[in-house]
Design a protein around this ligand. Structure first.
Ligand SMILES: CC(C)(COP(=O)(O)OP(=O)(O)OC[C@H]1O[C@@H](n2cnc3c(N)ncnc32)[C@H](O)[C@@H]1OP(=O)(O)O)[C@@H](O)C(=O)NCCC(=O)NCCS
Length: 288
């Protein structure tokens, strides 16, 4: 017997039970926990594709960063209905909601052709490093004194540095992370020159965003953020090519697990250049 008749409708992602979203992401082997979905729903907008009795078959989200920029993520169709046009149908709706904003997303291999056909252009490769942190994750010698803990009240200074690195203000994300992440800063001559955050995500802890003016500073921040996480599962996503940061992550037990591609539409990705603030670690695939 062959049954293949799906009529799906778009529904606001805010209106569905988080367990349905969790089941959707588990179905494509993504590590998000229900709390991660709730955090993302508090930061952005999106749709789910549901059938007549409310079962969820797909999702797509967008996250405004100020007035002119947005990131796109959580684009999933359940394996049973993949390659039937559902991904494109959801993306058309999300792109209409995004309007004229310049857009950034991180694409899996499965979604690459779809995004390119929608006008997105490749910019960089994202390297997903993860694993159980080892004793190598000890503080980098001589750097401990340079790193300070930043309290939620200090988020304004962090957000200004983040805007310089990301190329757009991310006020909603910064406000959310101020309440949920541990923040470390790197100060030189009284000026904040780098910051990093860590928070619970997926299988353990994610370190990101990681903003610095050089790979060396990024390593200093990463090592401070790995402090106390020995034996715990940690993830860092970075667009850096092989170099001090990725060598450090490998040595700390965070092996290269997978890659995705950053694509943009409307403007190129802000480059990472030594001597000025750059994004050395992503906040999340959906948030760039
Ligand atoms: C990527 C994904 C959302 C695409 O959804 P979909 O409903 O299959 O998409 P569509 O049916 O609209 O197909 C869109 C295009 O992608 C192609 N495509 C679909 N699945 C593909 C796959 N596994 N590998 C390569 N191309 C694929 C289709 O052929 C189609 O191209 P065409 O229009 O040129 O023929 C879906 O495969 C998925 O959820 N994958 C797992 C999670 C994931 O990787 N999400 C993307 C995050 S960036």
């Amino acid at each position: 017997m062959r049954l293949k008749s799906f009529e799906l409708n778009a529904q606001d992602i805010a209106s569905v039970d988080v367990e349905a979203l969790h089941a959707l992401s588990l179905g494509v082997e993504w590590p998000h926990r229900p709390g991660d979905w709730d955090a993302l729903r508090s930061l952005g907008h999106g749709i789910v594709a549901t059938d007549a009795i409310g079962r969820v078959f797909g999702s797509a989200m967008w996250f405004p960063h100020g007035e002119d920029c947005a990131t796109i993520g959580m684009v999933i169709t359940t394996p049973r209905v993949q390659a039937l046009g559902g991904g494109r149908w959801m993306m058309d709706r999300i792109l209409a909601e995004c309007g004229e904003r310049r857009l950034i997303l991180n694409s899996t291999r499965a979604a690459y052709r779809l995004y390119v056909s929608l006008g997105f252009e490749p910019q960089a490769i994202v390297h997903q490093h993860q694993g159980y942190a080892t004793t190598w994750a000890a503080p980098v010698p001589g750097s401990a004194g340079a790193v300070e803990a930043i309290a939620p009240a200090g988020i304004g200074e962090v957000a200004a540095l983040d805007e310089a690195a990301f190329g757009a203000a991310r006020p909603r994300l910064m406000a959310h992370l101020a309440g949920t992440a541990e923040i470390r800063g790197l100060r030189r001559d009284g000026r904040l020159v780098g910051y990093g955050m860590r928070r619970a995500f997926g299988r353990g802890t994610v370190i990101g965003p990681l903003v610095a003016g050089s790979e060396e500073d990024a390593v200093t921040l990463a090592s401070a953020l790995l402090g106390g996480l020995d034996g715990r599962f940690v993830r860092v996503d970075t667009r850096q090519p092989p170099g001090p940061l990725r060598s450090y992550l490998e040595a700390a037990g965070l092996k290269l697990f997978d890659t995705t591609k950053t694509l943009t539409r409307g403007a190129p990705l802000t480059p990472v250049e030594p001597g000025r603030p750059g994004i050395y670690g992503l906040a999340a695939h959906a948030l760039s």
